[in-house]
Each structure stands twice: as structure tokens, then as C-alpha cells.
Design a protein around this ligand. Structure first.
Ligand SMILES: [Zn+2]
Length: 476
């Protein structure tokens, strides 16, 4: 019997990898095998170590990858899959491919830096410490990407076709709808990837991408994310709180450090900051976007302006390219980054990674966390076990570059910018389904979030819902 196997993002929010095997043959050799997403495990060590285990399915025997979006917890293991022998096509939307073209080589670069750091200090159990993949290996993996338009069915086999539907999570993000045909009958499988916010811009003021997830779905089997399965986002306007926090930090003579995903989240933030400065809600401060990929990221963001919400598009039309704004600096070289550290004047620094798991934000935090005048502001989900989650939890110290750094700066989070539907929004979307799935598997959630959402969907919708387990195989 054909089956799905959950190879990642089961029991945790990272490492998304779901295998579809049409033959039912556990070796995979005799039949068609597709991987939906191929993400990195991040956060807790027990999960990260799984990035180093060989793929449970020989990569050569996987026929294709279908990628929902460009977040590393969904795409960051692709270079490793290729390194281990995968040679099939990787289907994704054009914006997702552009984003991966920037993010995957950067991920390889960070892993090389990490390995070099541990080798210098002798702080790895492995000698020498090796990167999971290099920047060059990440670049080589890009040759397997194939662009697919939204809502355009692609047939990979007479019995297997798929299409991408807008998920409204980040630029290019999609749900994957799969149609299986057998003996004249057909069945629909829907993999959500990450689900974006609802259509209402009042309810989701941080929403960037144009439309909410497609309404009126029909699915026989649903595999859905559950990141916010046990809570709802605040629905008030984020601007007053953002202004209050920034002005407080400036009054103390401090700076604001915002760890943020380099593409889209960062651009949305700088447009918002520019707008708030022009409206006099916050003083005009220097804003440093410190990321080696910052300029390419701005270009990708502007290239796909059609994909954005009216509000985001109006801001783009009003202010043009951020690369031309006075007082906004795009620091792409290491020397630029070092200069920021020498300045003692209040400024805003936006730098990746968003969960402080790597990247230049580490240098800024190592330097500025011990100073109580500064503000560290989180604008995205912090997966358990990441440095971001540690800092946000109120820990007195955090380990950066093998040193315990004192956390004395003010730490705050603004959740309105979230790109994930919360529980109420997920239920709102599910209620529009034309056909109730025979079974729903919840993935991409911490255990409490997934089990809470399972209970809520049981009681509110009367659906049959299971929480997916790592390595579990389910028939279909
Ligand atoms: Zn995502």
C-alpha cells in the first residue's frame, strides 16, 4: 500500500520532510518516491544531530522534491540531499527559487564558518569539524531547481500530479495539492507547508503577502502545520508598541537590535520604520541592515512586488527602493559590520538569523546584550532550543561563540508580525473546506501545540485528527 512517512517536523517545528511512496515498498526501489520539503533541523541538540544522520531513504532513490517555501527549516537540507546522491528535479515557485539562490549558499557559508570556528578552538568532538555542506555545494544544488507557476498542475506520472496554491506565508510560499489516480478513481492529498495569516489586514497587520490561503479546498488527506496550535496572536496595531519600545531605548542612549529573517521580514520592517519616521512616530535614527545578502534580498523583494498586500505595495510605491534612502545602510562587507560595533550612538540594527542560530546578529548581540540601555526586539517565532528562545525566556546569560554572555539589555517581542496562522485563523480556513478530509495529520509543531490543536479540531470541527510521529508511516 502507498504511504506517507514523516521524516521531519514531527514532534518539533523544524526539519520538514515528508516522503510519499507510491509502491508501498519500504526499500523504495520499486516505486515512485517524492519528498515534500527537505528542511534543516534547528534548535535543540537532539534534533540538530539528525541533520548528520544519513537520509533514512537513499537520496538516489527519491525521484523528486516538491518544495513549499524558502525557509531553511523547509529547504535547508537540500544541499545535503544532493551531496548524498539525489539527482532529481526540485519543484518550487519562481520566488522560492530566487530566495533559495540567496539563502542556501549563505547557509553553506555559515556552516563553513562554524566548522572553522570549532576547529580553531578545538571545541568539537569531531576532528576536524566539517560543515554539513559548503557554500559551493549549496550553489551546485541550485541546478536541480525547476520553476512551477501557482495553480498550474504538473504531472510527474500518470498516477501522480501536483499543483502549488498560495499559502500567503512568505513570498513564493505554497500549499501542495497532490492528485493520485488509480483504477479510474482519484484522491487529493494536501500538504500545507506553513500556512499564512487570514485575508483580513486588520486582524493580521503584519501580513505582507497578497491573499490568504486558498479557500474552499477539498482534501481526502491533509498534512497541516501546527506552530500556533495552542495560541492566538494579538490583533491590535503593532506600531504604537513598536514606537514606545524604540523611543524608550533611545532615551536610555541605547540601540535597538532586531534579529530578523533576511528576506521579506527585514524589508517589511524597514518600510514600516521608514513610514514611522516620516510620520514622526519615531525619531530618524540610522538603520543598519547588516546581512551579506541584504542588497540581493531587496532586489528579490522588489521584483515580486505584485505578490504583496495592498498595504505593502503602497509603501513600495511611496518610498521606492530602500537602497536609495538616506539614513538606511546596507552593510554587506565584514568591515561595514565591524564599523557598526565601533559606533556608540543610538541606532537600529536589523540582522539575521531571525532565531539567533547563526549569522552576523551573533556579533551584535555578543557586544550589546550586556548593556542595559539596549533593546533586543524579536519579531518572529523562536523555536525551543534556539538562542532566540533562550534570550526571550528571560535567561540571565546566553552562550555565543563559546562564551556566556550576560543578558542585561531589555528584551521584548512583537508577535503581530508573525507569518503563521494562529489557531483561530486555521479554524477559519478549515471551515471553508468543501470536503472534510478523512484524516488530518498535524506536523510542524511543538508537542503541546500539536496536541492542543488536535483536541480543538476534534471538538470544534468534528474532524479525525492525528499528531504525526517522527519516522511514522501512514497508509493512504
Ligand atoms: Zn516557514
Amino acid at each position: 500500500m502507498a504511504y506517507i512517512q514523516f521524516l521531519g517536523a514531527a514532534g518539533t517545528v523544524t526539519g520538514s520532510k515528508h516522503l510519499i511512496n507510491l509502491s508501498g515498498d519500504p526499500s523504495g526501489r520499486s516505486g515512485f518516491q517524492v519528498l515534500i520539503d527537505c528542511g534543516l533541523f534547528q534548535g535543540k541538540k537532539e534534533w540538530r544531530e539528525r541533520n548528520w544522520q544519513p537520509s533514512p531513504i537513499p537520496p538516489r532513490e527519491i525521484d523528486a522534491v516538491i518544495l513549499t517555501h524558502a525557509h531553511l527549516d523547509h529547504c535547508g537540507w537540500i544541499p545535503r540531499l544532493v551531496k548524498e546522491g539525489f539527482r532529481g528535479p526540485i519543484y518550487a515557485t519562481a520566488p522560492t527559487i530566487d530566495l533559495c539562490g540567496v539563502l542556501l549558499p549563505d547557509s553553506g557559508h555559515l556552516q563553513e564558518e562554524d566548522a572553522a570556528f570549532h576547529n580553531k578552538r578545538g571545541s568539537s568532538r569531531h576532528s576536524p569539524a566539517l560543515p554539513l555542506y559548503t557554500m559551493q555545494e549549496a550553489e551546485e544544488s541550485l541546478q536541480y531547481f525547476r520553476p512551477v507557476e501557482f495553480s498550474k498542475p504538473v504531472e510527474l506520472r500518470p498516477e501522480f500530479s501536483f499543483q502549488f496554491l498560495r499559502a500567503a506565508h512568505i513570498l513564493g510560499s505554497s500549499l501542495v495539492e497532490i492528485t493520485l489516480r488509480k483504477n479510474g478513481s482519484q484522491r487529493a492529498l494536501l500538504f500545507t507547508g506553513d500556512v499564512g495569516r487570514v485575508r483580513n489586514n486588520q486582524i493580521a497587520p503584519g501580513k505582507v503577502v497578497r491573499s490568504g490561503p486558498a479557500e474552499g479546498q477539498s482534501a481526502d488527506l491533509l498534512v497541516m502545520e501546527s506552530t500556533y496550535g495552542n495560541r492566538n496572536h494579538p490583533t491590535n496595531d503593532a506600531r504604537p508598541e513598536l514606537a514606545r519600545l524604540i523611543k524608550l531605548a533611545i532615551a536610555r542612549g541605547g540601540s535597538v537590535i532586531i534579529p530578523a529573517f533576511a528576506v521579506e521580514r527585514t524589508q517589511k520592517l524597514i518600510f514600516l520604520l521608514k513610514d514611522m519616521m516620516d510620520d514622526g512616530e519615531i525619531p530618524a535614527l540610522p538603520v543598519h541592515v547588516d546581512s551579506p545578502m541584504a542588497i540581493r534580498a531587496v532586489d528579490i523583494f522588489l521584483k515580486y512586488a505584485d505578490e504583496f498586500s495592498d498595504e505593502a505595495r503602497q509603501l513600495i510605491a511611496k518610498y521606492g527602493s530602500p537602497l536609495t534612502w538616506n539614513g538606511f545602510f546596507f552593510d554587506t562587507k565584514v568591515e561595514d559590520s565591524k564599523k557598526i560595533n565601533q559606533s556608540r550612538f543610538p541606532m537600529i540594527i536589523i540582522s539575521s538569523s531571525g532565531m539567533v542560530s547563526g549569522g552576523r546578529v551573533l556579533h551584535h548581540l555578543a557586544q550589546r546584550l550586556p548593556d542595559p540601555r539596549n533593546l533586543v526586539l524579536f519579531v518572529g517565532f523562536q523555536a525551543p532550543g534556539t538562542r532566540g528562545a533562550t534570550i526571550l525566556s528571560g535567561a540571565k546569560t546566553v552562550r555565543i561563540f563559546a562564551e556566556e554572555i550576560a543578558v542585561r539589555a531589555q528584551v521584548a517581542a512583537i508577535e503581530q508580525f508573525s507569518d503563521h496562522a494562529d489557531t483561530t485563523e486555521l479554524l477559519t480556513w478549515l471551515r471553508t473546506f468543501k470536503k472534510k478530509p478523512a484524516v488530518t495529520y498535524l506536523v510542524h509543531g511543538e508537542p503541546e501545540a500539536s496536541s492542543q490543536l488536535q483536541a480543538t479540531m476534534n471538538s470544534e470541527l468534528g474532524w479525525k485528527v492525528e499528531v504525526a510521529q517522527w519516522m511514522q508511516k501512514v497508509g493512504m
